[in-house]
Every structure is written in structure tokens, then in C-alpha cells.
Design a protein around this ligand. Structure first.
Ligand code: GCU
Length: 342
């Protein structure tokens, strides 16, 4: 116990030291702090390490990029706030929680918004759609600079698999801290329990919740599969992760530096996305073979029917989303049309 305490105090001292000392003695470099909540082997960390390498290769005499994984600097909600104030420079936040900072982000939290991963990627890569959204938070102190793939979210549970929406009745399911996600869970018929990502493992283990919903990497990289053995592909959401940067830091960069940083942001996206597919495949294999997690493929339509009314609800309460929603539908239709015409 004493050793644990010492290790914890030591880690905290390092973190606090790194956070609040911008220049070490004899090292005049400006420290760029980047926070995220994933483990070191996660594609997000791999993408950010490539960013660190690129920035330091090109601007290394001025900047020292430091990546803090595993919620070391706090949960996503905390680190978005720290990015707003400039205490840290960048953080990776799920789109889910960004809607409480700027409600235009509600759009990408809609369940069954995208019809396929290709549709999801095409929309998120469409600058006409995402740029105005990404720049919309400048007044709140941050700007989105890149999006990252976070796969498809599905239910996973401790006691029995979810094969139909009725199986969710009476189950406490962890959701991300967002009004849209809480409402989605209500429509599915389960009981929404919002909490930060880092609390989910213990909550599953201590039966505070009966299940959660996420992509496959949560099962292995975050070890939720040690407790929750039933993973059901009901495919309800494709919620991107968004890299956000402190507005003051970004606007103080010289135009030449900004060009280099923009290239760095593209590198995060590319490297993260390249690593994603393989990581998911590995994760499924590991979950099956080492954790005895079972995977189920329920009929998706009954799940869709429960939550589609949310689209209309959100459009009515937040009408500025309507043109964005229509554009997203058009992209989807053109993709289906494109395939049919091949
Ligand atoms: C995914 C996502 C994270 C998010 C997490 C969650 O892992 O990539 O950004 O925090 O889900 O459910 O909270």
C-alpha cells in the first residue's frame, strides 16, 4: 500500500511538474501538452506519437511535444476545460461530450446517422461539412484540428447478451456524458448511467452497471472484456474522436509554423486511421481467444426503429442542424448511387 502510495505520489509529481513548468532549466523549449484517455498501444496514441515526431523534426528547437495517455491529466470533460483555458495545448475528446460545449456537435452523436463506415469517413473528410463545425468553438477557447476513427459503438454486457432492444429493459448501461446519449438509451429502453470512460471498468466489476457500449478496443485495450463477456453488434453509433487545440496557442503560431502544425494534424488522422482496422481485428481475436468474450450479430432493424425518432427530435430542437443533416444524407445517397452505377 505504502509502495503504491509512493508510486502514485511520484507519478503525480512528474505530471504536475511537467504541467506547470513550461521551461526546464537550460531548456528553453515550449512544452506542448497533449492529453488523451487511451492506452499506449491504442491507435490514437500511435497517431499522436507520429505528430510528436513530425513537429519535433521540424520545429524541435522551439517545441517539446509531450503526450499524456490514460487520462493522466484527467477525464475528457476535464481536459477539454484545461484546453479551453490553455493549461494544456491539445486533447482528444469524443464528439459525444463536445455537444455540451457547442451544440452543433449533436449532429455526429445521432444514432444510425451513417449507413456504413465508408459513409462516416466520407462525411468526416468533407471539409464543407466539418470545417464550420470545427471552427465553431473558437469563441469558447478551442478549435478542432482533426478527427479520429472510433469505429462503431455496440452494446456489451455482463450477465446476458443483448439480442433485441427488449433485452435492454431494466439494464443499467453506461453512456458517455451527453444529453443525446442519455436520450438514446431511454429510447432503446435501458437505463442510462453516464460516467467518464476511466470509471467504466470498476463500475462493471462492482455491478454498478450491467453493461456499456463502445467499439471493440474498449473490450481489450481497456480490459472491459475481463468482466463483460457478451458483445452484440447492434451498430448504433459511429462517433468520431476529435482532436482539439487551445485557440490562443493556435492563433499565436506564425503562418509558417501553422503550416507545419496543420501537416502534423493530418499525420495524426492518417496514422491513427491506418492503425485502426488492424487494431480492431487483433482486438476481436484477443477478446475471443484470451478473454472468452462471445460476439453476437443481432438483427439491427429493431434497434434502429427504437431510436430513429431522435433524429426528428434533435432537428426540431436544434434547427441549425437541418442543412448539415441533409448534406450528410446526400453524401450517403450519392455513395449508394455510385455503387449501383459501377
Ligand atoms: C471510445 C472513444 C473515446 C471515448 C470512449 C468513451 O473509446 O474513442 O474517445 O472517451 O469511447 O466511451 O468514453
Amino acid at each position: 500500500m505504502r509502495i503504491m502510495k509512493k508510486v502514485f505520489m511520484g507519478t503525480m509529481a512528474i505530471v504536475m511538474g511537467a504541467l506547470f513548468t513550461s521551461c526546464n532549466k537550460g531548456n528553453e523549449k515550449e512544452i506542448i501538452r497533449v492529453s488523451h484517455n487511451q492506452a499506449a498501444d491504442h491507435p490514437t496514441n500511435i497517431g499522436l506519437l507520429a505528430f510528436e515526431k513530425y513537429i519535433e523534426e521540424n520545429l524541435g528547437d522551439k517545441y517539446d511535444v509531450q503526450i499524456f495517455p490514460n487520462e493522466l491529466l484527467g477525464s475528457q470533460v476535464n481536459t477539454v476545460e484545461l484546453t479551453q483555458t490553455g493549461a494544456i495545448n491539445f486533447t482528444v475528446a469524443s464528439n459525444a461530450i463536445l455537444e455540451s460545449f457547442e451544440d452543433v456537435y449533436q449532429i455526429f452523436n445521432l444514432p444510425y446517422l451513417f449507413t456504413s463506415p465508408e459513409h462516416y469517413h466520407a462525411v468526416m473528410d468533407d471539409k464543407e461539412i466539418v470545417d464550420p463545425i470545427f471552427k465553431s468553438t473558437k469563441k469558447s477557447g478551442f478549435e478542432a484540428v482533426a478527427w479520429l476513427d472510433a469505429g462503431t459503438r455496440n452494446f456489451y454486457t455482463v450477465k446476458k447478451p443483448v439480442l433485441t432492444p427488449d433485452d435492454l429493459k431494466g439494464l443499467k448501461i453506461r453512456v458517455q456524458q451527453s444529453a443525446s446519449n442519455i436520450r438514446m438509451m431511454q429510447l432503446f429502453g435501458g437505463s442510462a448511467t453516464p460516467m467518464g470512460f476511466g470509471e467504466v471498468y470498476t463500475a462493471l466489476q462492482q455491478n454498478v452497471i450491467d453493461g456499456a457500449e463502445n467499439n471493440e478496443l474498449a473490450v481489450t485495450s481497456n480490459k472491459h472484456g475481463e468482466v463483460a463477456k457478451y458483445y452484440s453488434y447492434n451498430m448504433h453509433q459511429m462517433v468520431p474522436d476529435i482532436v482539439i487545440g487551445n485557440e490562443r496557442f493556435l492563433s499565436n503560431l506564425s503562418p509558417e509554423e501553422r503550416v507545419i502544425f496543420d501537416k502534423g494534424f493530418q499525420i495524426i488522422s492518417r496514422v491513427q486511421r491506418d492503425a485502426w482496422g488492424e487494431s480492431v481485428e487483433k482486438s476481436i481475436k484477443q477478446a475471443k481467444e484470451e478473454m472468452n468474450v462471445q460476439f453476437f450479430y443481432p438483427e439491427v432493424l429493431p434497434f434502429q426503429e427504437r431510436v430513429l425518432p431522435l433524429h426528428q427530435e434533435v432537428m426540431t430542437s436544434n434547427p441549425k442542424l437541418v442543412p448539415i443533416y441533409e448534406k450528410i444524407q446526400e453524401v450517403g445517397k450519392s455513395m449508394i448511387g455510385g455503387k449501383e452505377n459501377e
